[in-house]
Ligand binder design. Structure first.
Ligand code: GRF
Length: 202
């Protein structure tokens, strides 16, 4: 089985999409769900699936990123998936897990990313710019927000969207397809990184 750790900070609908994707059922195992929040809705989803949950950060009783890294080595984690995780990952952790951390972003990068561009802020910026398409991007995590190489994207027509909330709903549907798709490709060994581009084989 291909082993995952999933990082979350809130609702957990992307975690849910991973756990319920038919194609991932016999391919992956989520061995840890990690949050910077003491508790969040996503933890309930993890617990319902009997997946161990952990806290990471600088608060008392939380694991440090170093401790978490050691845990991941012992669990033999193959891929770390940030699914709505709102903290920047420290450089040392990124270096230790080079090309093994991916993030889903609810817009078409490299536009509408960066510090402060999360949740509804993203959709509001896209709506206010009068963009006619939006979508979701899955990318490698590097040392800064949303700048790592893009692995896969899907777009959605938003030319008739009436509000940024409506836009968010449309993008979320795409996210729930895109993230399991990318994880499946990793699990099947079909993601390659060359000097300039990421290649995902059919
Ligand atoms: C998603 O839109 C994801 O792209 C973004 O944060 C949101 C998390 O939603 N990074 P959920 O917690 O997976 O429901």
């Amino acid at each position: 089985m291909f082993s995952l750790a999933v990082f979350v900070s809130g609702r957990g609908s992307n975690l849910n999409s991973i756990l319920n994707a038919p194609k991932l059922r016999n391919l992956i195992e989520v061995k840890a769900v990690v949050s910077n929040k003491a508790d969040c809705q996503a933890f309930d989803i993890a617990k319902n699936h009997f997946i161990p949950v952990y806290n990471v950060g600088y608060k008392e009783g939380f694991l440090s990123f170093d401790e978490l890294g050691n845990l991941f080595y012992s669990l033999k984690i193959d891929l770390i998936v940030l699914a709505g995780f709102l903290k920047l990952i420290p450089d040392s952790f990124v270096k230790s897990f080079k090309n093994k951390i991916i993030n889903i972003h609810p817009a078409l990068l490299p536009s509408f990313g960066g510090n402060g561009m999360y949740g509804m802020n993203v959709h509001k910026a896209v709506f206010d710019a009068s963009a006619q398409i939006s979508g979701a991007s899955v990318h490698f995590v590097d040392e800064t927000y949303d700048t790592g190489k893009i692995i896969a994207q899907r777009c959605v027509d938003i030319s008739d969207a009436q509000s940024h909330e409506e836009l968010a709903e449309r993008v979320l549907k795409i996210e729930h397809q895109l993230l399991p798709f990318v994880i499946e490709k990793f699990a099947l060994g079909k993601v390659f990184v060359d000097k300039t581009r990421v290649r995902v084989l059919n």
